[in-house]
Ligand binder design. Structure first.
Ligand SMILES: Nc1ncnc2c1ncn2[C@@H]1O[C@H](COP(=O)(O)OP(=O)(O)OP(=O)(O)O)[C@@H](O)[C@H]1O
Ligand SMILES: [Mg+2]
Length: 232
């Protein structure tokens, strides 16, 4: 059997003396979009930071395509095919979209033309706009383009739909699905439950640093634990 594109086993992270992740295990296959839902403070960003290499877990492991990368920093995981869109903004605000894409391209040494990379995130008509003047959805798509520069096999997207209107959220969902259909494994954390469910293959509910539920998107809203402890 082949290894999952990304797997975590028993991840435990302690920050400021508090156990924020309490033994999280998960797996994402190539071609799959896995949604991570849960209230503010549940530990979604901490999980993504531990998966990306920004944070070291106190216990547990992270495997990328079967290789144990637990001890590797973010840049070495990036070299091995991991892309990461953090929750906080990560564009060069004073530069326009074209210059942002060129800068990301230089760092990642990609030969792919800027026009093609802009088109992949539906920003081809926005090349001359300064990043600071982009709408929330456009800025999120530019951040997505940044993570896609290296053509990652696994993409972590922390709240790609935050501050994005419903049409823009559908657009981002479509871009992520297209990537998954081309074989990428995608992990998405968000608060936009119905939009996230529309493009995820599997969903997990993170509560208080633990995975409480893992199910298909159709079962999520009806799941007793989801209704009782998350949706209210
Ligand atoms: N460096 C740190 N030191 C102490 N506590 C931290 C640190 N970083 C995060 N936390 C705490 O960990 C908990 C989980 O934070 P995290 O950002 O992972 O939640 P989240 O699920 O992503 O929330 P949101 O949906 O609001 O983004 C929070 O209670 C937060 O205050
Ligand atoms: Mg978060």
């Amino acid at each position: 059997m082949s290894s999952p594109a990304l797997a975590a086993d028993d991840l435990t992270v302690t920050l400021g003396g508090a156990e924020i992740l309490r033994g999280v295990s998960l797996a994402v296959e190539a071609g799959q979009v896995l949604g991570v839902l849960g209230p503010s403070g549940a530990g979604k960003s901490t999980l993504f930071r531990a998966l990306s290499g920004e944070l070291r877990p106190g216990r547990g492991s992270v495997r990328l395509g079967g290789e144990d990368v637990t001890g590797l920093p973010l840049w070495k995981r990036a070299q091995r095919g991991l892309g990461y869109v953090p929750q906080t903004p990560s564009v060069l605000f004073d530069l326009d979209v074209d210059a942002n894409l060129k800068a990301f391209g230089r760092i990642a040494r990609t030969a792919k033309p800027v026009g093609q990379r802009a088109a992949e995130v539906e920003l081809e008509g926005r090349l001359a706009i300064r990043a600071r003047d982009l709408s929330g959805g456009e800025r999120r798509r530019l951040e997505l383009a940044r993570a896609l520069t290296t053509e990652p096999r696994v993409l972590l997207c922390d709240e790609p739909l935050a501050g994005v209107d419903p049409t823009g959220a559908q657009r981002i969902g479509r871009i992520l699905r297209t990537r998954a259909e081309a074989g990428m494994a995608v992990l998405v954390a968000d608060h936009r439950v119905s939009e996230a469910l529309s493009f995820c293959d599997r969903v997990l509910l993170l509560l208080d640093g633990r995975v409480e539920v893992t199910c298909g998107p159709a079962e999520f809203l009806e799941h007793p634990a989801v209704r009782r402890r998350y949706l209210g």
